[in-house]
Write a protein that binds this ligand. Sequence first.
Ligand SMILES: [Zn+2]
Length: 391
Amino acid sequence: METEKLYYKEGKLSAFTAKVLECREAKNGWDIVLDRTAFYPEGGGQPCDCGTLDRLEVLDVQEQEGCILHRLEQPLLPGTEVRGQVDLARRFDYAQQHTADHILTGVIHRRYGLDNVGFHMGKESTFIDLNGVLDESALFEMERVANEAVWMDLPVEASWPDDDALARLDYRSKKALVGPVRIVTIPGIDVCACCGTHVERTGAVGLIKILSVTRLRGGVRVEYVAGRRAYGYLDAVLQQNRMVSAALSAQPLHTAEAVRRALEERDAARQHCAALERKRFAALAQQQCGRGDTLLFEEELSADSVRRLADAVKETCGGTVLVLSGADGAGYQYALAVKEGNLRPLGKALNEMLNGHGGGREETFLQGSVQADRTQIEAFWRSCRCGAEIE
Ligand SMILES: [Zn+2]
């Protein structure tokens, strides 16, 4: 026997009573069949309703041949009467997202003839796949038109036309349909075969905001949020913008320009630092001219700068150079370089003695880090480079 679907008769019905017709043992609990229900089952890309039956949590709701199955952890006795309670806030949230799909897809279909061939409602946003390419500017224009339809507060009507009426009707459908077909109409915007739950008028959708557009198999995937989710999302973006605005002392509508300027200044400062570093490293390299094997400690260099300094000094010192930067306790970055020769045996000994990691593709240049104190590093250098001076 088919379950009477109260959610189609009264969209805002949250509490209801029903009779338990069957209690089937299932994989992770029990599937309860009632004579009537306000619980919408999962279907058409829309998740099922949540709520309780006699205060027991409804874990899942599925439809099988007209029967609605309510999954519970515990069984219910057939013949008894139960009280159902549907989580209407969640239902309304999904109805906002779903109705937004009708509006957005409807206006795109009317304007460009594209069809919605994939639909997924997630916990945070919804995705629709269109079977053709639309560029971002066209989609954002469709977003604007869709929002106009929201604010016109049009009715969202459901009907079951008979076969003749259905045959004459031009409507969207994802698949060939048999049996009675439920048609959801938003006048002037969309006519679509759909079994989902919707808000009663488009105004309740509030706002539709496209978040992203990506190319997908010859079409595009459009991600959007609607209603309360759109409000929450835009509020979060606004808070971010408020922080950027305060940090850069920029007007809220001019933050992008302020960020661009800040990045330009940062890039110029980086170039200036790099030029100063080149000069300083050239001077340091000159100081080590002809010194032979050289150990150099420099403060607060990045691993890249350690490498560049070792590169510069190896050209002038006439021996092997070991450059380090770091601190006792935290460890040191190192670069080991020589103009000609094989540094691998020395690098291996250094890593072994000073608790280090590192290496390199060329035998004349190795880099890595050591976990050792400066005195240990100096002792190591003395032990393998007798008489070499320490800077
Ligand atoms: Zn629908």
